[in-house]
Ligand binder design. Structure first.
Ligand code: ZN
Length: 118
């Protein structure tokens, strides 16, 4: 029984919410990579995100070179929780275009309440 419930946990989709106000920002299904680093440490790359306000495009020099990014703020509490990648300068960075980097330190992971949203 314990094994089964563990398995359920692993296959259950998770959502990522703003740590400050709890609003839902992203879903584990949309997570592309778990091996990113943000300003605050561990970060993840998402194909889609929700409830974010994006800032003006800015140039930022990162370990991978120059990136154009837009800072992403929680729409509800205005906390800056990560950024969205704009057009990539380097070919190898193209896959990040339009994707969201969200800081794990600024989010809470919770089980998706699929079906109970209404
Ligand atoms: Zn928030």
């Amino acid at each position: 029984m314990e094994l089964l419930s563990e398995l359920d946990m692993m296959t259950c989709p998770m959502t990522y919410g703003c740590k400050n106000c709890g609003v839902e920002l992203a879903e584990s299904d949309d997570c592309i990579s778990r091996n990113f680093r943000g300003v605050h440490g561990e970060a993840k790359l998402f194909a889609k995100a929700a409830n974010l306000d994006l800032g003006e495009p800015i140039d930022r020099h990162m370990t991978t070179g120059l990136n154009v990014i837009q800072l992403a703020h929680c729409r509800q509490c205005k906390t800056c929780v990560g950024w969205r990648y704009g057009n990539a300068v380097i070919e190898s960075e193209k896959y990040k275009e339009g994707k969201y980097l969200l800081e794990m330190q600024l989010m809470v992971e919770k089980e998706s309440k699929l079906g109970s949203k209404l």
